[in-house]
Design a protein around this ligand. Structure first.
Ligand code: ADP
Ligand code: MG
Length: 346
């Protein structure tokens, strides 16, 4: 069917390259489309506010493994990862729609379990489930959520907008979800070798929760309101800090300098990384699925950000063309590269 003399492998472009290529012809014929592709959510004119729309899809065997992901957590996570994109625009999520593809191995009770998680997230984040679609699937479970939110027009935060000397900040800590995944994968391998084996998950609660039942950073948006802070740019950390820093730099046409010692890593993450012979910094920079928020603010806001629990100033924005660098204790600089994921590489 697809016989063509020139077939390019998807992996040659990678996920971002492919998105760029397929969305290049997208036209903007509606005046109400403020921004389309290219940010965490699309921005649409809606009276005195903007409407925000964001969609994400989770596939069995690609994004989750049902041998260790409880169905309820999965439903919860599918919602939360979308809400994270709304918060990343400095918005408030309001509604979601849910599309679900089910293969015959799922029972009614199993689907109810997924929805228990979906409703739990709706409750937690005060959003309404307002529709969706249900279909049969031949490739296991497919869960796709679209989140809608609103933001005051003068409060919207894009990926672009960071200016030279701005402070770079991140919430929470990084790399935990990735290390949680390593633990789950290890226990799965042990179980495969010996089905009698009991999973050894003790002491890993925090990183397992970060992987299986992440939360979105609603608190930051409230904090910005309270302190009257307007971020100059913002993105959520779904693909690892390195990838997101590069997105902010590319979109804002700026460079950045980040201090290695300032990158927040939880002690369980660091301990587990040691155990796995993984550099904790690599988990933080390239792990992904943290769903923290990365943002920039003018340096004049420095005082307002001092000593705020769970908020970390990790570096600053530099002039365009100066590149993206990480600086260690001794002052040595290394270039930030996004190893991230090539979603299409086997
Ligand atoms: P995020 O990691 O925040 O979910 P993505 O990297 O998935 O963002 O997507 C980047 C941008 O590309 C978003 O604006 C998204 O809406 C858009 N996008 C991704 N896939 C497609 C597609 N198949 N068709 C149109 N737009 C897409
Ligand atoms: Mg995002």
């Amino acid at each position: 069917m697809f016989e063509n003399s020139s077939n390019t492998d998807l992996s040659a472009l990678g996920e971002f390259g492919l998105i760029d290529q397929i969305t290049a012809p997208a036209k903007k014929v509606q005046q109400s489309t403020i921004t389309g592709v290219g940010d965490d959510a699309a921005v649409i004119e809606a009276g005195d506010r903007y409407l925000l729309v964001s969609s994400d899809m989770l596939l069995e065997g690609v994004h989750f493994d049902l041998s260790y992901a409880p169905l309820k957590h999965l439903g919860y996570k599918a919602v939360v990862v979308n809400l994270s994109d709304i918060y990343a625009m400095n918005g408030t999520p309001r509604q979601i729609t849910v599309n679900i593809g089910l293969s015959s191995k799922f029972s009614v009770e199993a689907v109810e379990e997924i929805y228990a998680g979906i409703y739990m997230a709706c409750d937690q984040y005060q959003v309404d489930l307002i529709g969706g679609d249900t279909t049969a699937s031949k490739a296991g479970l497919v869960l796709s959520v679209t989140a809608m939110g609103t933001v005051d027009k003068d409060k919207v935060a894009y990926r672009k907008g960071a200016k030279e000397t701005d402070l770079i900040c991140v919430t929470g800590d990084l790399g935990a979800a990735y290390m949680g995944l390593q633990v789950l994968e290890r226990e799965k391998t042990v179980f495969k070798g010996n089905p009698e084996a009991q999973p050894d998950l003790e002491g890993f609660d925090y990183i397992l929760e970060r992987q299986l039942k992440p939360e979105a950073q609603r608190g930051l948006i409230e904090f910005f309101k309270e302190r009257q802070i307007q971020p100059t740019s913002m993105i959520d950390v779904s693909d690892g800090l390195a990838s997101e820093l590069l997105h902010l730099c590319k979109a804002g046409e700026v460079g950045c300098q980040v201090y290695m010692q300032k990158i927040p890593i939880d002690h369980t993450t660091a301990q587990t990384a040691d155990e796995f012979n993984i550099n904790p910094l690599v988990a933080a920079m390239n792990g992904g699925e943290d769903y923290e928020l990365l943002f920039t603010v003018p340096v004049t806001e420095h005082e307002k950000l001092q000593d705020v629990p769970g908020l970390h100033i990790i570096g600053h924005i530099t002039e365009n063309g100066s590149g993206a660098f990480m600086v260690d204790d001794a002052g040595n600089k290394s270039q930030i590269t996004a190893q991230g994921w090539n979603a299409f590489a086997q």
